[in-house]
Design a protein around this ligand. Structure first.
Ligand SMILES: [Zn+2]
Length: 260
């Protein structure tokens, strides 16, 4: 196949994967130009997850004039060696706030504790209340099959809110450290992040306590640069992010015993 026709083939294949659904949601225009501003929210497990996962896509939404909030499930309390939970939370909250400034996002903290994630009826309602307050059109969260239970729990609570259908939004799953953290992930949507790749990296690098050089370093399983380039290759561009779009009938799930 000629390089040019191969490129066209890849782009068409990517469109078949559903690329256009996110693009038509307000990405790629560069400015709104009469398009209704969208409210976009990203539910990530720890400070750094919204940045390393869909950070480029979030930056594109923000740059196009849409409102973006990064909703951190916890403050990374267990994630700084030699520091108490309070000290680590302080360090990582500041890093998240700095990263949000780079992306053009607003930080929100859910209030769970790193490494001790809880999924129960009370937290379904708390997450529902939080997302109701955000009034999102689009929500991104972790793919639920993930080696980290904080990622799993953030995803499950968000899925429950989507299924209960009291707060209505389009739901997309993102990947982090594919093969190591995110597992069994087969994207339906790809977004070209070539134009904001460096900006995304600057946001990831705000998380100094998480040794970002290692995340982008060569030979690391789940390597950030390889993921972006691998997804880019699938779209025929230099760098991309991949998503699975949630589809299906919202059943209006209820919580037995809560009378709702
Ligand atoms: Zn995480």
């Amino acid at each position: 196949m000629e390089p040019s026709s191969r490129r066209t083939f890849l782009q068409q294949a990517a469109a078949g994967l559903g690329t256009l659904s996110l693009a038509s949601a307000g990405l790629g225009a560069g400015e709104l130009g009469g398009v209704k501003p969208l409210r976009v929210a990203c539910v990530g497990g720890h400070p750094g997850d919204p940045e390393a996962g869909p950070g480029g896509t979030l930056a594109l939404f923000a740059a196009a004039g849409h409102s973006v909030s990064n909703i951190y499930f916890n403050r990374g309390e267990a994630g700084v060696e030699g520091k108490t939970y309070d000290e680590a939370a302080g360090i990582r909250t500041a890093e998240a706030v700095a990263a949000c400034k780079v992306l053009g996002a607003r930080p929100v903290f859910v209030g769970q504790i790193d490494g001790s994630a809880v999924v129960d009826n009370a937290w379904v309602l708390k997450m529902e209340e939080l997302l109701a307050g955000e009034r999102p059109d689009i929500v991104f969260t972790h793919w639920p099959i993930d080696s980290h239970k904080d990622h799993q729990c953030a995803s499950l609570l968000t899925i429950q809110v989507w299924m209960r259908a009291k707060v209505k939004f389009e739901l997309y799953f993102f990947e982090v450290g594919s093969g190591v953290e995110t597992m069994n992930f087969h994207p339906t949507d790809l977004v070209d992040i070539t134009a904001v790749r460096e900006l995304k990296r600057r946001a990831v690098e705000c998380h100094v306590s998480q040794r970002p050089a290692e995340i982008y370093g060569p030979g690391i399983p789940g390597n950030q640069a390889i993921m972006e380039e691998y997804r880019g290759m699938q779209l025929g561009v230099k760098a991309a992010e991949a998503f699975v779009k949630m589809v299906g009938l919202r059943q209006g799930n209820t919580i037995a015993g809560l009378g709702d």
